[in-house]
Design a protein around this ligand. Structure first.
Ligand SMILES: [Zn+2]
Length: 227
């Protein structure tokens, strides 16, 4: 049987939709500490989400049915119409390529999307995904294929041109690198400027301002980072 549990962390209301036959204590503890952590990270922002809705899924099949489509093994959570649909830690272990130890990082990742969207929806895909990985500390450290980097820089750097194509060209890994690079160069105060990049327009001018150089100069800096 499904039930809802509501509680408050700081000024943010949390609503968890869960199955009563499954234990909730561990999940609730992770949610509480993650909302606190992400809330502290976004303390620079005057705009925060008022409520966060989470819906726990207990199998791949249930997850697919909820999203209305087949999903790949690595997919474990998704924000849909403001609701975070997420595999429970046991389901994560059993029905995904992740281990249950990754659950806290996955929660922080999705919460970062919610906080980012509260400030500016939509922003650029690389800002959205890069920041979520940065806050969650999810760096695979995998080398980046030079051809994919060039493709990414030509197609996904200054404007959004399709999420599946973004994923297919190392979008996650390159996003992490872009965000880390900017924070390393300019400190975390650059994050608010990044989030303000509009996801429904060409951001060439704003990106040049953030990087303090031309787009070509910014691309060259990324190439150096991947060497
Ligand atoms: Zn994400």
């Amino acid at each position: 049987m499904r039930n809802k549990k509501q509680f408050v962390v700081g000024n943010i209301g949390i609503e968890m939709n869960y199955e009563t036959s499954h234990p909730l204590a561990e999940v609730e503890a992770v949610i509480r500490s993650s909302v606190k952590k992400v809330g502290e990270f976004f303390s620079f922002s005057p705009t925060l989400p008022e409520t966060i809705q989470l819906e726990l899924m207990y199998s791949r099949q249930e997850y697919n049915n909820r999203l209305g489509r087949e999903t790949e093994d690595w997919m474990s959570a998704r924000v849909e119409d403001g609701v975070t649909i997420i595999l429970d830690p046991d389901a994560l272990e059993k029905y995904s390529s992740h281990s249950r130890q990754e659950f806290p990082a996955i929660v922080v990742h999705e919460l970062t999307h919610i906080f980012t969207q509260a400030i500016n929806k939509p922003t650029l895909d690389w800002v959205n995904e890069g920041l979520a990985q940065y806050v969650a500390g999810q760096d695979s450290g995998r080398p980046i294929d030079a051809e994919k980097l060039e493709y990414f820089l030509d197609h996904h750097f200054v404007a959004n041109t399709g999420y599946n194509d973004f994923i297919a060209h190392s979008g996650y890994r390159i996003s992490f690198l872009l965000v880390s690079h900017l924070v390393k160069q300019y400190g975390e105060s650059v994050i608010a400027r990044m989030i303000s990049l509009p996801g429904d327009a060409d951001c060439t001018v704003q990106i040049e301002k953030i990087f303090g150089t031309t787009i070509e100069g910014a691309k060259e800096r990324l190439r150096q980072e991947t060497k």
